[in-house]
Design a binder for this molecule. Structure first.
Ligand code: FES
Length: 198
C-alpha cells in the first residue's frame, strides 16, 4: 500500500494476491492467542478497517480482464469490498448504476460492493463460483453478480461505494457508502449458473 501524488491510497496487485495468505497466517496466530487476548478481542481490527477515503485499486482495464478471466469478483479484504464488472450498455443497469459507479467504456464498468457485511445481520458474504452469486452462509440471503438481492431474509441488495475512473485507474471512495438496491431491483436478471454453496 502507498500514497500517490493525489494523496490516494494505492494497492498494488501483488498486495491483493498475498493478502489472503497473510490473512490465513494471521488468523492462525489470532486463534492460538485468542484465549489469552480475551477481552482485548473486541479491539482487534476487522477486515475492512485497513483502508479509508479514496483508494486507487489499479488499472481499470487490467482489473476487468482479471475479473472476467477468473469469473469471480476481486476481493479486497483490506477494504471489505469486492470489485465486479457491470455492463453500461444495458439500459436498466445504466439507469440503476450509471451515476455512482465507474464506467470504463461502452460495455464495461466497475463497481465495489460491500461484501463484508450482509444487509440482513452483517455476516460476510462470500462469492459462490458454482452459482456465480454472492451467498450468505448465515441465513441464506443471495445476491446476483451485481450484488442485487435474489432471495433470503436480507432487506435489499449489497451496499456499495461510489467509484469512478481517473486517468485509467479505478478509484473507490470508501467514505461514500451507498445503500444497496431495493429487493425489486434486478437490472442483471441473472439466474443461478450452478448449484448453491450454502
Ligand atoms: S446475515 Fe446474511 S442472511 Fe442473515
Amino acid at each position: 500500500m502507498a500514497d500517490d501524488d493525489k494523496g490516494r491510497t494505492t494497492l498494488k496487485p501483488v498486495e491483493r494476491r498475498t493478502f489472503l495468505r497473510y490473512s490465513l497466517i494471521g488468523s492462525v496466530g489470532v486463534g492460538l492467542g485468542g484465549f489469552a487476548l480475551g477481552t482485548l478481542g473486541m479491539l482487534w481490527p476487522r477486515e475492512g478497517d485497513g483502508l479509508a477515503g479514496e483508494v486507487d485499486l489499479g488499472d481499470a482495464r487490467e482489473l476487468i480482464e482479471e475479473i472476467e478471466n477468473e469469473r469471480a469478483p476481486m476481493r479486497i479484504p483490506e477494504g471489505g469490498i469486492s470489485i465486479l464488472v457491470w455492463d453500461p450498455s444495458s439500459s436498466s443497469a445504466m439507469r440503476a448504476y450509471g451515476d455512482d459507479h465507474a464506467i470504463v467504456d461502452d460495455d464495461h464498468g466497475l463497481m465495489a460492493v460491500n461484501s463484508q457485511s450482509c444487509p440482513h445481520l452483517g455476516c460476510g458474504v462470500p462469492w459462490c463460483q458454482a452459482s456465480q452469486w454472492f451467498e450468505c452462509p448465515c441465513h441464506g440471503s443471495r445476491y446476483n453478480r451485481y450484488g442485487e438481492w435474489t432471495g433470503g431474509p436480507a432487506p435489499r441488495g449489497l451496499d456499495r461505494y461510489v467509484s469512478f475512473i481517473d486517468d485509467g485507474r479505478f478509484i473507490v471512495d470508501l467514505s461514500q457508502e451507498l445503500t444497496g438496491p431495493a429487493r425489486t431491483a434486478n437490472a442483471l436478471e441473472q439466474p443461478p449458473e450452478g448449484p448453491s454453496c450454502v
